[in-house]
Design a protein around this ligand. Structure first.
Ligand code: ATR
Length: 276
């Protein structure tokens, strides 16, 4: 009998995960199926109980359940506990164990495209929400040297820095300060929802001072090229969107479930095809 995997979220209809994981299962000859499940907040505890009862082998967790699921799991790994969000659950002998592969997925995708080790670079994260937390803490866990944070509400950036359980050299800035200091950074990471479809002509900050040898990574993948990416290119900087992060977080989840590392390039291709 094939194993069942899936993703829970609300909304979930447009998730690219089923196409990505089902392609990986069939290309690797693994007898399994990955299904999207629409679960609203109210039904989360019942959904977890039901998935355990029917023996779901593993699943992804997306908006709005990444934090709410934590008390419903049997065990949560230390990085995911620190981040306060789980995106991947593995069923081990009937126990649900939670992980977060978003930060590691991001860093792998960044490293691949950047072409050099990233941990000793001067890095700026724009935004201090859930996605920024996963990326910042994972940088901390991996031993990054300097990761600064700029945010509309500077207190939230400061809080992110102070709550991090790993040692990283970090300054918290307002957007205006970051705009002035932008030439200090090798890598700039955009983690807010600004520029996401449908309000595509927006940017969280001005790139006047970005260096031409800088690299800008936007975690948004719809649109495939955000306003801030276009601006960065005008200054000669290299850019990437969030498709790599998405593919790698998926490849890492797949590895936790099956012990096999799915080809992230193949996963990328599926995502690109679906997004057109
Ligand atoms: P996610 O979990 O996707 O990261 P989030 O937790 O809601 O989303 O975080 C949103 C981030 O985008 C925050 O850094 C937020 O800034 P504040 O801390 O000041 O709220 C930022 N953000 C959202 N809308 C913004 C806007 N219109 N201008 C500037 N920053 C914005």
């Amino acid at each position: 009998m094939g194993k069942l995997y899936g993703v829970i979220g609300d909304p979930i209809a447009h998730s690219l995960s089923p196409a990505m994981h089902n392609d990986a299962f069939s290309s690797l000859g693994i007898n399994a199926h990955y299904q999207a499940f629409h679960v609203n907040r109210e039904n989360l505890p019942a959904a977890i109980k039901g998935m355990k009862a029917i023996g779901v082998a593993g699943f992804n967790v997306t908006i709005p359940h990444k934090t709410a699921i934590i008390p419903l799991l049997d065990e949560v790994d230390p990085l995911a506990t620190a981040i306060g969000a789980v995106n991947t659950v593995v069923n081990i002998n009937g126990r649900f164990i939670g992980y977060n592969t978003d930060g590691e997925g991001f860093i792998r995708g960044l490293h691949e495209e950047y072409g050099q080790p990233v941990l000793d670079k001067r890095i700026l994260i724009i935004g201090a929400g859930g996605a920024a937390r996963a990326i910042y803490y994972t940088f901390g866990q991996q031993g990054a040297k300097q990761v600064d944070i700029a945010n509309r509400t500077p207190d939230n950036a400061l809080q992110l820095k102070e709550s991090c359980p790993y040692l990283v050299e970090t300054a918290a800035f307002t957007m205006e300060e970051a705009e002035r200091n932008l030439a200090n950074y090798d890598i700039i990471i955009q983690t807010t929802s600004i520029g996401m479809s449908p309000k595509v002509n927006a940017s969280p900050l001005q790139l006047t001072n970005i260096r031409s040898d800088a690299f800008l990574s936007d975690i948004i993948y719809n649109p495939a090229e955000t306003f801030i990416m276009k601006e960065a290119k005008k200054h000669g900087a290299r850019v990437q969107n969030g498709m790599k992060m998405f593919a790698y977080q998926g490849a890492l989840a797949f590895e936790k479930w099956t012990g096999t590392y799915a080809d992230p390039k193949r996963m990328m291709k599926i995502v690109q095809e679906r997004l057109g």
